[in-house]
Design a binder for this molecule. Structure first.
Ligand SMILES: Cc1cc2nc3c(=O)[nH]c(=O)nc-3n(C[C@H](O)[C@H](O)[C@H](O)COP(=O)(O)OP(=O)(O)OC[C@H]3O[C@@H](n4cnc5c(N)ncnc54)[C@H](O)[C@@H]3O)c2cc1C
Length: 95
């Protein structure tokens, strides 16, 4: 099982996570973001602000039961340098 860390939970980060899980169904992917929300669909924001949809309809990943989740969205506030999320043995420049 591969363990992966992605920094940024916009569409780029989430698409990368979904691609990893498709290629390696046993993978565990942790997405760290400066935002305290899980991935939300930006194009739907206006509908939420206008009161046309509930907040939950903005989210894609959190609706899955925990037992089926392979992708975890983790708030990392303040913004976290990607290097600091790697185990020491995987940090660039260390042996
Ligand atoms: C209201 C709204 C409506 C939109 N509607 C459309 C649309 O209809 N069609 C369309 O094509 N596009 C639309 N867009 C644009 C589209 O959402 C963006 O092109 C897309 O979000 C870019 O995705 P991204 O993953 O590259 O970056 P972002 O969505 O900006 O995601 C980057 C993420 O990384 C996090 N981050 C950055 N640096 C760090 C760090 N150092 N540590 C931790 N986390 C970090 C940020 O907090 C953010 O969550 C819309 C945007 C908005 C705001």
């Amino acid at each position: 099982m591969g363990r992966y860390v992605i920094v940024g939970n916009g569409v780029a980060g989430v698409t990368a996570a979904q691609t990893i899980v498709r290629a390696d169904p046993a993978a565990e992917v942790h997405i760290f973001s400066a935002e305290s929300y899980p991935y939300y669909r930006r194009p739907r924001l206006w509908k939420f602000i206008a009161g046309k949809i509930e907040q939950g309809a903005l989210y894609l990943l959190s609706s899955r039961p925990k037992s089926q989740r392979r992708i975890w969205s983790c708030p990392a506030v303040p913004p976290t340098p990607a290097r600091s999320l790697l185990p020491h043995s995987e940090s660039p420049g260390r042996s």
